[in-house]
Design a protein around this ligand. Structure first.
Ligand code: FES
Length: 80
């Protein structure tokens, strides 16, 4: 779904970059999202926040598995 019509930025692109640890300010600089009319800003911030949160959980689960030497599976809720 296109979030930013002015710059043709999709929710997938925002989510991908957010999971990689990019801040909202960096997203604005890189993708120019929410830098023209501003109508997309609330939606873009929401997509960013949700993806950043999900990315953080996945990174924590990977770190847990790595440090513990455990083998397991990653789920959306973490390592099991
Ligand atoms: S829709 Fe994103 S700046 Fe206009």
């Amino acid at each position: 779904m296109i979030v930013c019509v002015c710059h043709q930025v999709s929710d997938r692109t925002i989510a991908q970059r957010s999971r990689e640890g990019v801040s909202f300010d960096e997203l604005q600089f890189e993708l120019r999202v929410a830098t023209q009319c501003g109508r997309c800003e609330d939606c873009a911030r929401q997509v960013h926040a949700e993806a950043a949160c999900a990315g953080g959980r996945a990174a924590s689960a990977v770190l847990y598995l790595h440090k513990s030497g455990a083998t397991g599976h990653l789920t959306p809720q973490g390592a099991i």
